[in-house]
Design a protein around this ligand. Structure first.
Ligand code: PMV
Length: 325
């Protein structure tokens, strides 16, 4: 059967950095995110006797590293469904992959839903989220809709994501600022392994549940000021762990820092916008909808800014009828 799914990337407000179980991808802590309307992956999967091996193309190319992870995931799904047929997988990103814009989250969420449906499995949202997590941790957060919490859990069945609020709950946006198309040197899944080597990691973990509760309260109250302050402080804390781990990881480029400084200066002039950054040079600016125009005008004056993508809060992964082949 042939099935197609579309899934959004997501931006974490409280981050997932570090695992307590490598194989099951159980995170060291829970995390909170929002799905992004402008960063999506569409994937079509077909299982058929006519394929002699798995055929995987991403953005029109065969990519050895990604292909291996995709085939491992297809194997998980074939095992669950009790089928043996090989598959054709065609996947298209709406944005540049592997530059820190979470293509693995949207990619593996779309693959999970399309492949599970094509294999004839009818999984609950919870079980889809668990399955997506096994392929890429943050992908579990791209299954439910809107504003999402990944419950840390203690074993395979208790670590999954749930929707906290639907997409239209709060008028906030994530403006992605692309400053470079360079690929990151250390992929996220490799970088995650170093988290626990930072001397500050235990301190982070001792405070993280309080932070999760705080951000949930600020979201519920729609208290943008306190929310933004916490989002920015959390991004800097995660990067403090990266900078002080063995291997030290510096994911920023000079342009990333330039935008961070600019954002802090704009705030002094009353423009309420905050930044967050993942494992790449590109930076996410969070503000309320009414400020989009002002933020864009400011960004357009900075020559290092290559592209801007405005993201509204999006639904989670869903099946669609339009196939890619
Ligand atoms: O799911 P992964 O292995 O791509 O890890 C995502 C890690 C961060 O983007 C840095 C943080 C997060 O919670 O999304």
């Amino acid at each position: 059967m042939k099935k197609t799914a579309i899934a959004p990337a997501n931006i974490a407000f409280i981050k997932y950095w570090g695992k307590k179980d490598e194989v099951l991808r159980l995170p060291s802590n829970g995390s909170i995110s929002m799905n992004l309307s402008g960063l999506t992956t569409t994937t079509t999967v077909e299982f058929s006797k006519s394929y002699k091996k798995d055929l995987v193309t991403i953005d029109g190319l065969v990519k050895a590293d990604e292909e291996k992870r995709v085939i491992e995931h297809l194997d998980r799904i074939r095992n669950m469904a009790g089928i043996f047929q090989k598959a054709k997988v065609v996947s298209l990103n709406s944005f540049p992959a592997s530059t820190g814009l979470s293509s693995s989250a949207s990619g593996f969420a779309a693959l999970t839903l399309s492949a599970a449906s094509a294999a004839g499995l009818n999984l609950s949202e919870r079980n889809l989220s668990i399955l997506a997590r096994l392929a890429s941790g943050s992908a579990c957060r791209s299954i439910p809709s809107g504003f999402v919490e990944w419950l840390e859990g203690t074993d395979n069945n208790s670590s999954y994501a749930v929707s906290l609020h639907p997409p239209d709950f709060w008028n906030i946006v994530d403006i992605v600022v692309i400053v470079s198309r360079e690929k990151k040197e250390v992929p996220t899944s490799a970088g995650q392994k170093y988290a626990s080597t930072s001397p500050f990691f235990p301190v982070r973990l001792s405070r993280i549940n309080d932070k999760i509760n705080q951000i949930k309260t600020f979201m519920k109250e729609k208290n943008f000021l306190r929310f933004g302050e916490l989002v920015e402080a959390e991004a800097l804390e995660m990067h403090a762990i990266m900078l002080t781990s063995q291997l030290p990881l510096i994911y920023w480029q000079p342009e990333t820092l330039l935008i961070m400084k600019a954002v802090q200066n704009w705030r002094k002039d009353g423009l309420l916008v905050y930044f967050t950054v993942n494992t790449g040079q590109d930076i996410h600016l969070i503000c309320e909808k009414e400020f989009i125009k002002r933020v864009k005008t400011k960004l357009k004056k900075i020559k290092e800014v290559k592209n801007i993508i405005v993201n509204y809060t999006a639904e989670g992964a869903k099946n669609i009828g339009r196939h890619l082949f």
